[in-house]
Each structure stands twice: as C-alpha cells, then as structure tokens.
Design a protein around this ligand. Sequence first.
Ligand code: DOR
Ligand code: ZN
Length: 349
Amino acid sequence: MVRSIEIPRPDDWHVHLRDDAMLASVVAFTASRFRYAMVMPNLVAPVTSVVAALAYRDRIVSLAPTGFDFRPLMTLYCSAALDTADLRHGVESGAVKAVKYYPAGATTNSEAGGAAMADFMDVFEVVADLGIRLLVHAESTDPAVDVFDREAVFLERELAPLCEAIPELHVTVEHVSTAAGVEFVSAHPRVAASVTPHHLARERSDLLADGMRPDLYCKPIINSRADQEALIAAVTSGDAAFFLGTDSAPHPTTDKYGPRAKAGVFNAAYGLEVVAEVFHRAGCLDALGAFVSSNGSAIYGVEPSTERLRLERQDVPRSSAVMTLATATGAEVVHFGTEEAVFWTVNPV
Ligand code: DOR
Ligand code: ZN
C-alpha cells in the first residue's frame, strides 16, 4: 500500500552547514530540500559580526546548487565579541535574523559562549528591542548536573529568570529534548521550540543499550523514552509553538569513532523522511505540514512556501539508502535516518 501526503516545501530552522570542504559537501542536501535555513554560527572562529555573517552567507550561496529556492538566514554568536551596535545594524539591514546563545562548553564549538545568561542582559535587551528571536542552547554546564538533566536544570536556573526579567523577549529553545522542555514552552507564551528528527525518532536506549552508537551522540543528549514520547505528542498535536529544526551537524567519522566522540548527528539528507515516519507511526501524517512548514514560518514571520513536495510511503522498503558521504578532502560522514528513508520517496509536485 502507498500512502501519500503533500506539504509546502519545508524550512529548516536550525542547521550547521560548517565551512570549506564540509560546507561544499553538505549544503546541497539542505538546499535541495529546504527553503529557509537558519544557519548556526558556531564555526571554529565563531560568527560574531555582521561582516563575518555576510562573508559566510556568500560562501554558502556560492557552494549551494542552483535552481532551488534556498534562502540561508544568518545568526550571530552571543559572545563577549558581539557588539550590540553591529547587531542592530545587521538586523536593520536584513543581514542577520537571530542571535544564538551557547553556554560555554556545552557542545561543539561553544567555547566562546556564556558562563551565565545573566552576563548578556545588554545583548538580550537589544534582541528584544529589535523584535528578533533569541535562539538558546538550553543545557546546564554545571558538572554536578547529570547529563540527562541538563536541559531541565538550565531552563529552571537560567531561562526562566531571563523570561521573567525581559517578558517581551521572544525565545526559541533549540532542539528541545525533554518533557520538561515541552512543559517549559507550554508555560511561556513567548517561548517556542525547534525539534530535531533524531530526538523524535530515537531514545537513549538506542544510543547506549545495544553497542554504543557514536552516530547518535549529540547535545543535548538523546533522552528517555518518556521524553521522546512527550516530544512526539507535542509535535503531532499541531501545537504551533513546535517546529522543525534539524540540527544537522556533520562530523567526520575520524572525530566520531574515537575515544571522545564529537556531538552531532548529520540528518540533512533523510531528516524529513525520519520525521514523516514518526508522524506516520503516530497516525498523524496530516499534521506533518504544520510541523515542518507552517508553524516555523509563522513563528519567524514569513509565509509558508508555495512550492510543494509529495511524500510517498511504501510498505515494502527499498533495499537500501546511501549510508555515507565523502568530502573532497577525504572525510567520511555517516547519514542519519537510512532505516526510515527506505520507506519514503520525496518529490517536488
Ligand atoms: O550535537 C550537537 N552538535 N549539538 C550542538 O549544539 C552543536 C552541534 C555541532 O555543531 O556539532
Ligand atoms: Zn545545533
């Protein structure tokens, strides 16, 4: 049996495109499928200025395949180097769409981030004044906090006080990963959340129980089955505060399969199929378009795309999907979602 659904061409509201040879290899996956892409600024030299953001945007556009309605949106990294006058100019000129806050040390290339949100109140006041969103990596870096509790603790200790101090601030909790995160969003009218394919489709036993799986290691860590179920319930309900941000984050296998795996899941190629499979299994395929197309566009103040994609699911899987990608400099990156991708075909209408 074939099941089919049409959706507006989706947007990816959280993606790591990297730079140089990796950018050249991965950008086509995002550009060929997604319209807007909210591009994360955690390059090795973090993107903290409008000049750097525009130069990075040029590199992305020059390496992206032509013929697609692909629109990268640039973010600035909230760090000591961020200048609020530059931010203001970047937003007013249309070069910058959002500011990203990383707790220092929480994840890949987060060293330039903050020790505490309270240290950046001047930046957040400007963000609120400009009417853009503050994108937050919500994880406590307190070493006393268990890795599976870090999102909940950060929300309580850092984001709740900030929302109280600047009630007009619009916040996106990025890659929300827990039931506590879902509750936090529901309790705060100006807070929304991006949700990744991997946090929807896997739980921590997939990561740890049957051989440790570095390809599923990411930050925030994939959490419990109860947390996964809370995420699935939130996104399939059609709740307008939840939308797709893939957090596609490629790392070479040499950085993944070693004594210290880097955090990040590369899902740009099959993330949409993974999400479709989650909605299909929940019996809620009709709600897919809200999650991947219209909720995020409403949150970020744009119309959904007028282009459409048709997704078809076959009960009999294709025999295989491409498992890895090779960059021009010889790095190999493992695709996430091949197990789901074999059930789906995706085509423009
Ligand atoms: O797993 C992750 N990888 N989480 C992040 O927040 C950053 C990302 C990366 O850049 O690799
Ligand atoms: Zn990310």
